[in-house]
Design a protein around this ligand. Sequence first.
Ligand SMILES: Cc1cc2nc3c(=O)[nH]c(=O)nc-3n(C[C@H](O)[C@H](O)[C@H](O)COP(=O)(O)OP(=O)(O)OC[C@H]3O[C@@H](n4cnc5c(N)ncnc54)[C@H](O)[C@@H]3O)c2cc1C
Length: 418
Amino acid sequence: MTPAGVHQPDVIVVGGGIGGLSAACALARKGLRVRVLERAGAFGEVGAGIQIAPNCTRILASYGLLDEAAKLGVLPRAIVMRDALDGSELTRLDLADLERRYGFPYMVIHRSDLHGLFLRACQDAGVDLRTSQQVAEYENCADAGRAWLGDGTVYQAPLVVAADGLHSVARRQLVGDQPVNSAYVAYRGAVPIDRVRENDVSATDVVVYIGPRCHFVQYPLRGGEIFNQVAVFESPRARAGEEDWGTPDELDAAFAHTCANIRKGLPLMWRDRWWRMFDRDPIMTWVYGRIALLGDAAHPPLQYIAQGAIMAIEDGYVLAEHLAASDSIDKALAAYEAVRPEHCRHVLTASRKWGELWHLDGAKRDRRNEILRARDIHDYSFTDWLYRTTALTPDAEPALFREIPLGSPALPINIAGA
Ligand SMILES: Cc1cc2nc3c(=O)[nH]c(=O)nc-3n(C[C@H](O)[C@H](O)[C@H](O)COP(=O)(O)OP(=O)(O)OC[C@H]3O[C@@H](n4cnc5c(N)ncnc54)[C@H](O)[C@@H]3O)c2cc1C
């Protein structure tokens, strides 16, 4: 039922995460009436960091949100990759040089700040934002999609966008596949910078330590007031098929042999929650009648090239551009599907391979380190396909995989990661 005075929407977006809100903001900026249905009682995000690469900051700039985002976040000087066991530097990306090359900066920002930015943009654009709306089922009818809540309430619009995340109800109903368990788990921790003053940490760089079956990421947030850390490792209990996996005892064991800098950072991780890492196999069909998948619902990756939220933001941008430019919703959806699934397939595949490369052990780790140390730090041939994109056009054939003699499949070289 639509309360008196509230317009029927042109688009219903299910899910008010970064993907759903950024899409709602993009669509409303094009003059569409948008309603967001979020299952939680309030809009919000977890209080940790996120990395935003130039292929996303260019979109923030086009929305007029980049300056505010930059004030809220940090523009790091470099991404530095180190070996997790001995702490030595393997390679780096100079982010000032990166900005010159791609025209837009690399940024790290508190998730709730990025989410809040999109929430305010939605409010300013008149998006109808509704909480405590858990969608249980989707339906197509003549020239419209429907979203049903568990209590029988039904919302209908010419287009329904399902941005309901990794465990998407829409994905389950329309595609029917399952998330793929990587057996890796992430711990996060964001603390006031004073808590790490005694540790040997960089207040200006993103530092990524890579090691056997584990990695550790550090970077500053909120103009350097907060220090963010992410610890990711393979759970032996997950590999053994046990239910109770990824617990803090496994965290401690996974990093016991890592370098001193990581071990100093470990006590600052939150130990009351952790994120088991799932992705899904890529799919090339995202549009089912008037229901379209977007964000993690369409393409949840492993986070090793830090592109999950970015892909979601790109999806909303591309969908809005095509809806504004097209005389029919169906044509716009076809144009959306012609470009986004292929790009996201590349990202999902690269992320899995990048994880394999990071987590090598023994002689393969030694060989990887040799290759990374020998890498020209100004070689951008492996980031161009990702960071140069305008998201609207199909990928140029990505120079994605370089055969390196590690006895494993071809591996991508791209040092960003989460
Ligand atoms: C450790 C870690 C580090 C990461 N680092 C990065 C990074 O550096 N850069 C990057 O780009 N990405 C990163 N990501 C990935 C990124 O967080 C996700 O890809 C992104 O948040 C997906 O956004 P989304 O809006 O599609 O999904 P979600 O954030 O999952 O949002 C889905 C929303 O839908 C709502 N919802 C779910 N079901 C329903 C329903 N039935 N009805 C109504 N509402 C519903 C949920 O409550 C939620 O608000 C990282 C992820 C992890 C785990």
